[in-house]
Design a protein around this ligand. Structure first.
Ligand code: SF4
Length: 1020
């Protein structure tokens, strides 16, 4: 018997008991399906986006509450949005458990304080919280802000209070936070990006011009070959990974290279094991193999890369060191890592590739050492597995074959993180896979809006839109800043898009300071803080360790579980005078002072830090946009009010700012100008709306903008939202908080809320949401066509030259009317217009990637150059160096990772996920387990030089012993996710184990390769 929803509802409303319904024979199949309809009959449907990983799956949320004044809306059901072009109704175990996140018993409801030395939280009013925090901040700022440096340069830098910003908050929260922090002079600031994908930005921007995932989730299905290396998307990005499976169904091959046989490997065609921390050997070996076997997309390489560019004669590489190394400083002088230039300042080239110092020949010589035998010896990967990857990649050098790479933190979290990614970026250039549908370098971002918060410059030395925060030495004046950050084209006729830097920067200053920014005061340049060194999280923790930081504001971040060497982090927090934590849920950071026995063995009474815990809304309780990994800005809507007295981050930040400004207005203080001159034009200054902020992100005209081609016409009238960044001006007549977001909220309205999922070709959905830049979905797409403007592969036509303009399924990433004959090249953000096999002067540790051992090497040597074992450009503080272990005491390689069922340290507060994965464990290979007498279910102690964790052992075939340089190497898999603020079993902080040392370029910590010991705990 089949009943329609209407019939079923009528029947149940008519008093038929459930048992009677079952007795009628139409339960369970049909009627069970109808339960959903019944449950949602009076519910309101609201669109939202999953707040966990950056696949950005669409959600339908259902709330009950009839909208009457006293009826509070409550979310009662969440499911996947079937219209969403990426997720198409799917949710992974994390997304499926979101209802339990919203209603978690660990949600914070009221402002609280933990007084100095106390062992309890005390509820306080918002008024008291804001007043006390503002007083702490002002006192610290007045006592410690550096207004001028020794050279008399105005720097307005406040280092003694630092701020960490969220990874899942909206762009609107992010940009308000940027305004708040910089007006105060805060430079010690970082977002989760520092801990995750910092090296991605560094590597991809230095190669292609932009530091973001090049293609889209759906586009992965256009690939012929997918390499999964440095990531595990089947578990960390499950819904996005379905597009890899789609590609497989269409005939693509998938190969996984990873220290563990993980769930991505389980569905791959091939799995190749590798020693954690040896990826550059493997990938350098691929480069060598491609060259030796002539698997190069030659037309692409000659036209669209810098293979033919001649390098400065001072450049060299010998015995593990590039030219320019200063051993005293532990740094390179990078001047010789550049091209040779002619009299007109154009880079010299040799299109024949014969010149001994052209990039091609230098690269060929550099990687000639990485033979298949060396690869097998240093990585532990079987030679035939390595050669299989080479062959599959090599096949994609054909014009009609394309391969892609999916990676994440398995590459970034190393001292050579940026260079791991660079090596793959070079491979993709050699194969002609950049700009191609089905190609690219797909950096899979981990947190729902960490792409957006990177875009908004919430990092120590950044400003929105990947502009640089001024440096006190390089940019003492605005003229210096613009001269040094505005590159000149290095080849005739190149677009060199960063030549527009003055327009972006002045428009940003107008957003910061409004009418107070004038040409006469250099648009308020001196009110922005200037940095002297990068205050990344490792730097800030070292300063804290040395007693030089008094305050820490933590917004939507859990650094105690996220920063390396957790014991040291807890000791650092104990030296703070005050800490402010803004979060929807309880975090270990906020309760670092609470003793949990071995798990957190602190002396509560001796810790005098005042800790304020402020409850904020979660995704379901606010409007705003977040940016997925593929750069899509997706708008979401509020479905219910938050619990208790929780407020939006915007309201909290605004209340703090207004309280501080009032204090400066009333009492005066040091360097008040940036605070008093800050533009704060919001209708309710205590609660700026997401719409107001989103419009500022886009930007508007402050005066009529005339058409330069016809001055009788106006391109935008005063007060109008701008259609895109092309209209930004350097004369102060436009405002934009983030130039790359210009186009997201135009005169036509909120482009981020668009929901047209029509396929314009090859899975592109340009009418869904809005992507930066300029709604382009696949960046560098001009390179999908040959130099004459014809697609390399007619079956993969994304755009093409029509004879008059570039057009097609995607927005061309190129000057729309620049004919192929113009000589303009596809990498428009690079001043030379081509992709870089040799990364001139952008990276601190070399223009070509080179293998260096992890700081804690299981070999204790580097067989490629024994005198230079680890990266010479590593920055490590003395206190952290003293906490490094050696392989004789800690003989095994530890590597951390994420599980499908959990997201970082949030879902341990979520019932469904806690049920799915309730208890901490580590994975140990069978050989090591046999040696140690460990069986599955035993409790083991995993220790490093920095501390230990205890967890259940899972003895598995998934982690095999490898032979490396004649030595047996065991690897231990250590999942993240546990702590004491949990609805599951309490667990140890896995980040107790890794060392506090980071990627040379970005200081992203080395979580993926460090040394541990393993012991069985008898009687546990
Ligand atoms: S965690 Fe990622 S894959 Fe899972 S539902 Fe959320 S966005 Fe989708």
């Amino acid at each position: 018997m089949q009943l329609s929803r209407r019939q079923f509802m009528k029947g149940t409303a008519g008093g038929i008991a459930a048992s009677s319904v079952a007795a009628l024979g139409f339960l369970p199949s049909t009627a069970l399906a109808e339960v959903r309809q019944f449950k949602l009959a009076r519910a309101k449907e609201i669109r939202n986006t999953c707040p966990y990983c950056s696949v950005g799956c669409g959600l339908l949320m259902y709330s009950l509450g009839d909208g009457a004044k006293n009826a509070k809306a409550e979310i009662v059901h969440i499911e996947g949005d079937p219209d969403h072009p990426v997720s198409r109704g799917s949710l992974c175990p994390k997304g499926a458990g979101l209802l339990d996140f919203i209603h978690s018993p660990n949600r914070l409801k009221y402002p609280e304080v933990r007084e100095a030395g106390s062992s309890e939280w005390k509820r306080i009013s918002w008024h008291e919280a804001v007043e006390r925090i503002a007083r702490h901040m002002k006192d610290d700022r007045d006592a410690n802000i550096v207004v001028r440096n020794d050279q008399g340069v105005t720097v307005n830098r406040w280092v003694s209070t630092a701020m960490l910003t969220a990874s899942a908050s909206s762009n609107e929260t992010g940009i308000l936070t940027q305004k708040f922090m910089r007006s105060l002079g805060i430079v010690g600031t970082d977002a989760q990006a520092r801990v995750c994908h910092g090296p991605t930005v560094s590597a991809l921007a230095s190669t292609f011009g932009r530091g973001a995932m090049t293609n889209t989730w759906v586009d992965i299905s256009n690939a012929d070959f997918i390499l999964v290396m440095g990531g595990n998307p089947a578990e960390a990005h499950p819904v996005g990974f379905k597009w890899a499976i789609e590609a497989k169904k269409r005939g693509a091959r998938i190969v996984v290279v990873d220290p563990r046989f993980n769930r991505s490997a389980a569905v791959a065609d091939e799995y190749v094991p590798i020693r954690a921390g040896s990826d550059i050997v493997f990938l350098g070996g691929v480069i060598n193999w491609l060259i030796a076997n002539d698997k190069i997309q030659w037309e692409y390489v000659k036209a669209f890369t810098n293979a033919s560019y001649i390098v400065d004669e001072g450049f060299g590489f010998e015995d593990g060191l590039f030219s320019g190394f200063d051993p005293a400083k532990g740094q390179y002088d990078r001047r010789s890592w550049n091209y040779e230039f002619d009299e007109a300042s154009n880079a010299r080239t040799d299109p024949t590739l014969q010149h001994p110092r052209c990039v091609w020949n230098l690269m060929k010589a550099h990687y000639a050492r990485y033979t298949p035998e060396v690869v097998a010896d240093l990585t532990g990967s079987p030679k035939d597995g390595f050669l299989t990857v080479c062959r599959y990649l090599g096949e994609t050098s054909a014009r009609n074959k394309v391969g892609t790479i999916l990676y994440a933190l398995g590459w970034t979290q190393h001292t050579v993180g940026a260079q791991n990614i660079r090596t793959m970026a070079m491979i993709q250039l050699l194969l002609g896979n950049i700009g191609m549908p089905g190609g690219g370098v797909n950096a899979l971002r981990g947190h729902s809006n960490i792409q957006g918060l990177s875009d908004l410059g919430l990092l120590s030395t950044s400003l929105p839109g990947y502009l640089t925060l001024p440096n006190e030495k390089a940019h003492p004046t605005l003229a210096d800043y613009l001269a040094r950050t505005t590159p000149k084209a290095q080849q005739p006729g190149q677009l060199n898009f960063w030549s527009n830097t003055p327009k972006f920067f002045v428009s940003l200053m107008k957003w910061f300071w409004g009418d107070n920014a004038t040409r006469d005061n250099d648009w308020g340049y001196d009110w922005i803080p200037k940095w002297d060194k990068m205050y990344d999280v490792l730097q800030v923790m070292d300063l804290m360790h040395n007693g030089k930081v008094n305050g820490l504001i933590v917004q939507g971040f859990n650094p105690l579980t996220s920063f390396p060497d957790a014991r040291k982090t807890a000791a650092c927090f104990s030296k703070l005078k005050y800490m402010v934590v803004i979060d929807p849920i309880a975090t270990e950071t906020a309760s670092f002072w609470r003793n949990h026995g071995e798990i957190n063995d602190v002396d509560t009474a001796a810790i005098n830090t005042e800790v304020f815990r402020l409850p904020s809304t979660c995704f379901a309780e606010e409007d705003g946009a977040i940016v997925n990994s593929a750069r899509w800005l997706q708008w979401h809507y509020k479905g219910a009010n938050p619990p208790g007295e929780a407020k939006t981050d915007q309201e909290i930040i605004a209340e703090l700012f207004v309280a501080l400004r009032d204090l400066y207005r009333r009492d005066g203080g040091k360097a008040p100008e940036p605070i008093l001159n800050l533009s704060w034009p919001y209708r309710n200054p205590l609660d700026p709306t997401p719409e107001e902020l989103a419009k500022e992100l886009n930007g508007r005209a402050l005066a009529d903008i005339p058409d330069p081609k016809d001055p009788t016409k106006v391109l935008a009238r005063k007060g109008e939202q701008l259609p895109g960044f092309a209209l930004l001006q350097e004369d102060g007549s436009t405002l934009s908080a983030c130039w790359i977001f210009a186009g997201c909220w135009t005169q036509a309205g909120n482009q981020m809320a668009r929901r047209d999922n029509s396929d314009s070709g090859l899975g592109n959905t340009p009418g869904w949401a809005w992507a930066w830049p300029a709604n382009r979905r696949i960046i560098y797409n001009r390179a999908s066509c040959d130099p004459s403007g014809k697609p390399w592969d007619p079956k993969r036509t994304l755009i093409a030259w029509t004879g008059e303009r570039w057009a097609g399924a995607d927005v061309p990433d190129f000057k729309i009317d620049a004919a192929p004959s113009s000589g303009m090249n596809p990498f428009i953000m690079n001043p030379e217009g081509v992709g870089r096999l040799f990364a001139t002067d952008k990276l601190v540790d070399g223009p070509f990637p080179e293998h260096y051992e992890p700081m804690e090497s299981p070999l204790g040597t580097n067989p490629l150059h024994p005198k230079v074992v680890t990266s010479p450009a590593v920055r490590i503080f003395p206190a952290d160096k003293a906490r490094l272990g050696t392989h004789d005491q800690f003989p095994y390689v530890g590597t951390t990772y994420r599980l499908t069922e959990h997201f970082q340290f949030w879902t341990k507060s979520v019932a469904l996920n806690a049920i799915a994965q309730p208890e901490q464990f580590v994975e140990i290979g069978e050989t090591l387990a046999a040696e140690k007498g460990i069986r599955t279910g035993d409790t083991v102690k995993v220790s490093s030089r920095r501390g230990f964790i205890k967890a259940k052992a899972v003895v598995t075939k998934r982690v095999k012993a490898l032979t490396v340089s004649g030595k047996t190497i065991h690897q231990v898999g250590i999942p993240l996710h546990w702590g004491w603020e949990t609805v599951a079993h309490k667990g140890y902080l896995s980040n107790t184990l890794p060392p506090a040392v980071g990627d040379c370029n970005t200081q992203t910590p080395e979580y993926k390769a460090f040394l541990v010991n393993v012991e069985k705990i008898v009687g546990a």
